[in-house]
Design a protein around this ligand. Structure first.
Ligand code: ADP
Ligand code: MG
Length: 369
């Protein structure tokens, strides 16, 4: 049985000008116990609204939400269980700590309701346990404004995890901390989740967050699910130029379909003939976006005999320690390649670039808004 089941969920808002906005559009999604789900997409695609519907902070317009088989929300039946009785914890972008309470008091707060009937020493034990796990044992007597942003986010995390709920919702929790702290916290969060075993629905527009944390990524586009899958699955097999452009970096150029067969798509482009992986959705004559990943680009000094070999000018090499990013141009268009850290070449030299057919995608062109 799934921990969380969302069926046919829709949420519409009425704007001040009377226009209806569909923020969440017909979402169906199940989450297993202990699973880490990332909702990924650009600003405005409906991530926060979907999360708030799950948490009961927003009342959906249509559909159902079930947790552990219990209906939390049903538009049809008029069921709408309040947030505090959904068995969910939440962590937001702003840490939302109580400024007049110490770190200890902030974390103990969710445990202090009468309903739980926990004794003082039981509360102390629970807070000590979670602060040890989160690595903030030494901050108990501090007030929020005396500790760093990264520490505040750890306190918020400890407060969300202290009551041991099986489902934790995160809305861009790392977007207010700097890059280094962000990386550390991301790794710590992954370790915490592995250790404590809660299921997570984690909202972000950051593809690195998504790639590193997710068991499954849900890519949202205009309130709808564009694709669901494991990070590597989405990365290797994106279903559209939208998904390919949002998950991982990609090069892009225009093309026209010449021929579609069961084994390949042949395209015309500024590079001449291009052979792309099969896509039964395309037809001859169709305008397409041709996409390929930087790490699938090979650079050669001599003209290779393979297909998909294109002449380019090698413009710049950027070393990062672990690899080299290479910028190339062809008729004023810029392309990226990725090579080993020890890659060397003469700048502004003519080179040949190849990309294997199975690494080239042809996607229908999207209407540019
Ligand atoms: P995201 O979190 O992905 O940036 P949101 O869920 O915040 O996206 O917003 C999705 C869409 O719903 C946007 O078009 C936004 O303007 C609209 N929206 C969100 N909240 C409200 C609201 N309270 N009233 C009207 N429109 C809203
Ligand atoms: Mg948001």
């Amino acid at each position: 049985q799934p921990l969380l089941a969302i069926r046919d969920l829709r949420k519409q808002f009425t704007r001040a000008n009377g226009h209806l906005v569909t923020a969440v559009d017909d979402i169906t999604l199940s989450i297993a116990p202990g699973e880490f789900i990332v909702l990924l997409g650009p600003s405005g695609c409906g991530k926060t609204t979907l999360l708030r519907c799950i948490g009961g902070l927003e009342t959906a317009s249509e559909g159902t939400i079930t947790i552990n088989g219990r209906a939390m929300f049903s538009a049809e039946l008029g069921t709408d269980v309040p947030t505090r009785r959904r068995g969910i914890s939440m962590v937001f972008q702003s840490y939302a700590l109580w400024p007049n309470m110490t770190v200890f008091e902030n974390i103990a707060f969710p445990l202090k309701s009468r309903r739980r009937g926990m004794s003082k020493s039981e509360i102390r034990e629970a807070v000590e346990e979670i602060t040890r796990v989160v690595g903030i044992s030494d901050l108990h007597t501090q007030y929020p404004h005396h500790i760093s942003g990264g520490q505040q986010q750890r306190v918020a995390l400890a407060r969300a995890l202290v009551d041991g709920n099986a489902l934790v919702l995160f809305d861009e929790p790392l977007s207010n901390v700097d890059a280094k702290v962000r990386r550390d916290l991301r790794i710590e969060l992954a370790a915490l989740q592995a250790k404590l075993g809660f299921a997570a629905v984690y909202v972000t527009h950051d593809q690195e967050d998504a790639m590193e944390l997710a068991d499954r990524i849900v890519v949202l586009e205009g309130g709808r699910i564009a694709q669901v899958g494991a990070p590597q699955e989405i990365y290797e097999n994106p279903v559209s130029s939208y998904v390919a452009g949002f998950v991982g970096s990609s090069n892009s150029m225009s093309g026209t379909v010449r021929e579609v067969t069961s084994t390949e798509v042949v395209l015309d482009s500024t590079m001449g003939l291009i052979k792309a992986r099969p896509n039964p959705g395309l037809v001859a004559g169709q305008e397409v976006e041709v996409m390929f990943r930087p790490q699938h680009v090979r650079i050669h000094q001599e003209r290779p005999s393979s297909t998909n070999a294109w002449p380019m000018l090698l413009r710049k090499i950027m070393h990062s320690g672990t690899h080299a990013e290479i910028l190339l141009t062809h008729e004023h268009e810029i392309y990226q390649a990725r090579a080993d850290a020890d890659f060397e070449a003469v700048l502004d030299s003519d080179v040949w670039v190849t990309v294997e057919q199975r690494h080239v995608f042809g996607f229908p062109k999207r209407a540019v808004p």
